[in-house]
Write a protein that binds this ligand. Structure first.
Ligand code: AHR
Length: 589
């Protein structure tokens, strides 16, 4: 404890800090183990169990049946905060098939569209209550001039896309040379159609700050008030777009300028100083480029520099963006970005668990960065904005050959996504926005599309299930289930047996959970402290096989299906199938 105090200066550790420090120790140990360090498997497990010990010390007092495999105890009195719908947000970058083909098909296309925007996508996104969409990048954002994408379409310039270098020679022109057909107006129209808020990422690396506030002016100044508002009206958009969320650069530690955190903080202050606000979008919410996975040094370095100018400077930051991709499936053999990646569709049970283990780190990242942020922003004015998350596999599974960074999501990715959304639900006080990377035809896509073909992936159906949590009161839910043990290339390894989240909506309780076991179903008893369950229903996403997925030809292989909840004497029993994502809707008396 003394060593910890030294590391954290004079700040005295309270209980939750202690829990967190232990979980950070788990991350460090996991990384050391995975990078092939000297630590032996058994030492890792023993140390990890000890580190996590205090988290599991709670003993439930409700009477649980002895016959169930697992227990879920919901504590209604323990409110964690309101689940912002924005946790269920999306990310659409001008990258390969995301915009051109995925979202934009053009007004004259034979593909059903609304003003050039793929209609089937709009219909699906309405169903999942899509709250917010981030655009135009990603790395693309810091090479983008928003002015290229407004004005008469036949006058818009063609530009070399940031991602041009990775495109196949056979790739469509629109993927290599941005036609700028889909710009600010079309994006705002897309957001209006689906009922989502736009979240624009501004170019900090290669445009001056002036262009940032001119873009704000174009989007938000009232009709007739400025020349840019006139330009907007001339394009058919009289009413301002009232864009509230603005990213100030993207991955500024890398493609967004290769800054140190201190250099970026100076730029951030300059870019956000005196950005004009307008009557209907008074409170702009700026999102600062934040850390990549566990780069605590970025979080600290950035905020330390920000508050050097005064403690109040934190009030000018709505959120700090955290990016975390699960990509290293090498089982500790390498940390090489290319060599460490796994295959999206050809994998075994160990790869399944390895991916989930990687994704499970999200919880420690949220807690860790939150703690670091608290050193400079003790009142926690700044939220975490996890605006890029998901698994990242090696190329080869894309349904549209040649689409860069496209991958074919399977049931594994649905379980991964459910687990991640549950993690966000458990931290509604910390996570302000979450954006799955990416919406369509890229990485952890909810949808895949090519020309007139379209399908909802298992990830898309996971979002459909979890939409029920939006705006609910997150309440504590303790999951207790036997761990899963598996053989990791000759070494014993384990993963938790059931995990999830719960939210209250008047007298209705929504519980979501994933059963990560590749082979065993799990019967769980669910009890609510402070209420009785009077009835319940469930919807479950699973498949015939852990590799199950939807394709253009087989669109319905993995779809949510209704399932029965047994209610008896005020508590409920539900059987979670192996490799599944489930939503339970329970009525409370
Ligand atoms: O999502 C793909 C890329 O991953 C984004 O452009 C970038 O921000 C991240 O590195």
């Amino acid at each position: 404890m003394r060593a910890l105090s030294r590391k954290h200066g004079n700040k005295s550790l309270n209980f939750s800090d202690e829990v967190l420090i232990k979980s950070l120790a788990v991350v460090r140990r996991l990384k050391e183990f995975e990078s092939g360090g000297t630590m032996k498997r058994r030492e890792f497990l023993r140390g990890t169990a000890a580190a996590a010990g205090c988290v599991w010390a709670y003993s439930p007092k409700l009477a649980f049946s002895q016959s169930a495999d697992a227990r879920i105890e919901v504590l209604l009195e323990e409110r964690l905060g309101t689940i912002s719908p924005n946790i269920y947000g999306h990310f659409a970058e001008n990258l390969s098939g995301v915009i051109y083909d995925g979202i934009w098909v053009g007004e004259n296309s034979k593909v059903p569209n609304i003003g050039g925007i793929r209609k089937e996508l709009v219909d699906e996104m309405r169903k999942i209550k899509a709250p917010v969409v981030r655009f135009p990048g990603g790395c693309f954002a810091d090479s983008y001039d928003w002015r290229d994408g407004i004005g008469p379409v036949d006058k818009r310039p063609r530009r070399t896309n940031f991602w041009n270098g990775g495109e196949a020679a056979s790739a469509p022109d629109a993927h290599r040379y941005d036609p700028n057909r889909f710009g600010t107006n079309e994006f705002a129209h897309f957001c209006q159609l689906i009922g989502a808020q736009p979240y624009l990422a501004a170019n900090l690396r290669s445009l001056p700050a002036e262009q940032f506030y001119r873009w704000v002016e174009y989007c938000n100044s009232p009709a007739g008030s400025t020349s840019l508002a006139d330009e907007r009206s001339a394009a058919g958009y009289k009413d301002p777009f009232n864009v509230r969320y603005w990213g100030v650069g993207n991955e500024s530690w890398g493609c967004g300028g290769n800054f140190t955190p201190q250099e970026y903080a100076v730029e951030y202050r300059r870019f956000t100083a005196w950005v004009p606000s307008y009557p209907n979008a008074k409170d702009l919410s700026f999102v600062a480029s934040g850390p990549n996975d566990d780069r605590w040094d970025w979080t600290r370095g950035f905020l330390e520099e920000i508050v050097r100018k005064g403690k109040g400077e934190v009030n000018n930051i709505y959120g700090l963006a955290l990016h975390y991709y699960a990509w290293n499936l090498s089982r500790g053999k390498t940390n090489d970005w290319e060599k460490g990646k796994g295959d999206a569709v050809n994998f075994d049970a160990i790869d399944w668990y390895e991916l989930l283990r990687q994704g499970d780190v999200m919880e420690s990242l949220i807690k860790g960065h939150w703690l670091a942020m608290g050193e400079f922003d003790p009142e926690h004015h700044i939220k975490l904005v996890v605006d890029e998350w998901g698994p990242w596999y090696k190329p080869g599974s894309e349904l549209t050959p040649g689409d860069q960074l496209e991958q074919l999501p399977t049931l594994r990715d649905a379980v991964f996504s459910g687990m991640t959304l549950d993690t966000f639900n458990r931290h509604p006080d910390k996570v302000g926005i979450g954006c799955c990377a990416q919406l369509i035809n890229c990485l952890n896509s909810l949808y895949l599309a090519h020309e007139d073909r379209f399908c909802v992936t298992p990830v898309g159906y996971t979002f459909a299930l979890y939409a029920a949590h939006q705006s609910g009161q997150a309440v504590r839910a303790d999951f207790s289930a036997p761990s899963i043990h598996y053989d990791r290339d000759g070494n014993p390894a384990s993963f938790w047996g059931l995990q999830g989240s719960a939210s209250l909506h008047d007298k209705q309780l929504v519980v979501t959970a994933v059963n990560p076991s590749v082979k065993d179903a799990l019967e769980a008893q669910i009890a609510v402290r402070g209420a009785r369950i009077s009835s319940g229903e469930a919807s479950v996403l699973t498949g015939s096989d852990i590799h199950a997925r939807n394709t253009f030809e087989q669109r319905q292989s993995v779809v949510p299906k209704p399932s029965q909840v047994r209610v008896d004497n005020g508590s409920a029993v539900f059987r979670f199938p192996a490799a599944s994502v489930a939503k339970l809707t329970l009525q409370l008396a």
